[in-house]
Design a protein around this ligand. Structure first.
Ligand code: SAM
Length: 216
């Protein structure tokens, strides 16, 4: 796939729903941050998770497949170039729906953590929403249900400890502009999502999941 993400770096650094929110607060809390805790932030994008964890004293390594996101390491989530158990915590926020092989990516996260994997992603709603997401942004692969997430994490040898759902409400026009959806596709996206748009804001649900390596 071509590197469209590098050109989106500033838009994702500035995005209000990525920069802050109660979902980000909880994800940071569930990473059990402390001085010297070593964290890997997979698909770091605008780097918001990494920034927050560094403020808590963690040592954070960022990974992203797009060089323009300026991660510490350019890599796909599916092929993390780290030895088993290299980090105390591995986190990945609002990105897994772009991974070509999410199962393999979760296995990689489970392999390189010593203790925790903390994930947030938008949850699967229905096929109309999936179609809209793919039209909006061709890099969208698929969202997963809460049960699918639990299965992915369990299959990778992790124990799911905590799960919480969040409503996210991005401004629809900002959400489309951030990935430069062409006008005709944007019109169809608005049509497909009509019953999920209120006062110009899209209703999205995300799930935050904390999972622990069984033997940690
Ligand atoms: C929505 S942004 C991530 C948001 C960010 N984690 C945050 O909390 O603000 C999605 C990111 O996933 C990255 N990405 C997409 N597919 C990837 C893959 N297979 N491996 C690693 N990074 C990937 C993109 O380059 C992009 O930076």
């Amino acid at each position: 796939m071509s590197d469209v993400w590098s050109g989106r770096a500033q838009a994702f650094r500035d995005s209000p729903t990525h920069r802050e929110g109660p979902d980000l607060d909880l994800l940071v809390e569930w990473c059990e941050p402390d001085e010297g805790v070593k964290v890997l932030d997979v698909a770091t994008g605008g780097g918001h998770v990494a920034r927050r964890l560094r403020e808590e004293g963690c040592t954070v390594v960022t990974v992203d497949r797009a060089p323009g996101m300026h991660p510490d390491v350019v890599s796909r989530a599916e092929d993390l170039p780290f030895a088993e158990g290299s980090f105390d915590v591995v986190t990945c926020r609002i990105a897994a729906h772009h991974f070509e092989d999410v199962r393999h990516a979760v296995q990689e996260m489970a392999r390189v953590t010593r203790h925790l994997v903390v994930i947030e992603d938008n949850v699967f709603v229905d096929e109309a929403v999936e179609e809209a997401e793919r039209l909006r942004d061709a890099t969208h692969v698929r969202c997963y249900s809460e049960d699918e997430w639990k299965e992915l994490l369990t299959e990778a040898g992790l124990e799911v400890e905590q799960v919480e759902r969040f409503e996210r409400h991005p401004d629809v026009e900002d959400w489309l502009a951030r990935v430069e959806t062409p006008p005709d596709d944007a019109a169809r996206v608005r049509e497909l999502l009509a019953d999920r748009i209120r006062d110009g804001r899209l209703e999205l649900q995300s799930v935050v999941i904390k999972a622990r390596r069984s033997q940690s």
